[in-house]
Write a protein that binds this ligand. Structure first.
Ligand code: ZN
Length: 400
């Protein structure tokens, strides 16, 4: 409303300077008053001599760290990297549910931590570092594994690295450089000086890898040979040895998709054909009712945005309105339907109280749980059992 804009009072050190007295301002949370409990603002450090306050958010609705009132940055992601609908860049919610499959697993079958339904990661190892045969990457079983029985303190961190985002890192952790530290004639991977494995008696361990970490076909556990190419000639980063591009001579990338994103059978990552027909449903929509482009029949995607990137109320993903280019629509309401004072079109705030302090459900000054607009019950205690004085003491000038 009438509050001075944050950006006008920032100095070069990134401090907010009081427009009245020039003191540094500090971030605070209101506990009562014009702005209902929980509202953030900049208050003069010279309080109570100076009672000037400045809007916590800039004119675009973002705070210092680039987050708006709803905790989203300009990309629409919160501090945990999740978007408005609560999904991270890999499409998982905080609870680990994938937005496309509505399950714990992404379309490729991996969960948020990078493990498949059987608990194995991209390279076939479970969170304890063992593959489906029960062997670690040196071919040792649980009983003989260095991962669990390591005593010299050099335990490799493969077991704790379960973030599939860090596949590159993980891959570089899987190195087979011989250490040539022999104990009872065998190195710590169980190979003798001549390269024979103590359990198999051959040059290959039980997982089929030799001392240098390559199988009989010359590929390591990640499927790459000594030169770093997989069987289709791609490097770990997806560059093809023949073309030096991301595509092989037939036009397919490391994952088997062509430039238009279709595999050899003509389906994209989400199992839609070029014509937009789904592999399983044989219709334009997948099992969840979304088309090739991720839109439902009504034209809106999972997040409630249409092809123009606008929701039904005309807001974009950043929470800016199509017409006003600000966080408020022409009527003055934000994407959640609240005006600058925190009231919705019916005049109620997020807690359900109107400007006179009456609750919409009870028509009294108390909500159905018996708490008023400021969170106190009739006895003057809040939900944590604190009384008004005690809470103001704690909250009113709480800096963070
Ligand atoms: Zn001041």
């Amino acid at each position: 409303m009438g509050l001075p804009l944050l950006s006008k009072y920032l100095n070069s050190d990134g401090e907010v300077i009081c427009p009245s007295c020039g003191s540094v301002m500090v971030a605070r949370i209101a506990s009562s008053g014009t702005y209902y409990s929980g509202t953030k603002f900049w208050g003069c450090s010279n309080y109570p001599d100076c009672r000037t306050i400045v809007n916590y958010y800039d004119e675009n609705g973002y705070d210092f760290s680039g987050y708006n009132k709803r905790g989203l940055n300009s990309e629409g992601l919160d501090s945990e990297g999740c978007n408005l609908s609560g999904y991270d860049r890999r499409g998982f919610s905080k609870e680990g549910i994938h937005f496309q499959t509505r399950s714990k697993y992404n379309p490729q079958g991996y969960d948020k931590e990078g493990f498949d339904r059987q608990g194995y990661n991209y390279f076939g190892y479970n969170s304890s570092g063992f593959n489906r045969e029960g062997l670690d990457r040196w071919g040792n079983s649980k009983e003989t594994s260095l991962i669990t029985s390591d005593t010299d303190g050099t335990r490799n961190n493969i077991t704790s690295d379960s973030d599939s985002n860090n596949r590159g890192e993980l891959e570089s952790n899987i190195s087979y450089e011989p250490k040539f530290k022999y104990h009872d004639g065998y190195d710590d991977k169980g190979f003798s000086k001549k390269g024979y494995h103590k359990l198999t008696g051959t040059k290959y361990n039980r997982a089929g890898f030799n001392r240098d970490g390559y199988n009989k076909n010359g590929y390591d556990v990640t499927g790459h040979n000594k030169k770093g190419f997989d069987k289709n000639g791609f490097t770990e980063r997806g560059i093809n040895v023949n073309t030096l591009t991301a595509y092989d001579p037939h036009g397919y990338d490391k994952l088997g998709f062509d430039k238009q994103g279709f595999d050899k059978q003509g389906y994209d990552l989400n199992n839609f054909s070029r014509e937009g027909v789904h592999k399983e449903t044989k219709t334009k929509f997948d099992n969840f009712g979304y088309d090739k482009y991720g839109y439902k029949e009504d034209g809106y995607d999972k997040m409630g945005f249409n092809r123009k990137g606008l929701n039904k109320k005309g807001f974009n993903k950043k929470g800016l309105h199509n017409i006003t280019k600000r966080i408020y629509d022409p009527e003055g309401y934000d994407i959640e339907g609240y005006d600058i004072n925190g009231f919705d079109i019916e005049g109620y705030n997020k807690l359900g109280f109107n400007s006179k302090g009456y609750h919409k459900a009870t028509h009294t000054k108390y909500d159905p749980d018996g708490y008023d607009n400021e969170g106190f019950n009739i006895d003057g205690h809040d939900r944590d059992g604190r009384n008004r004085e005690r809470r103001e003491e704690i909250d009113n000038w709480r800096d963070w």
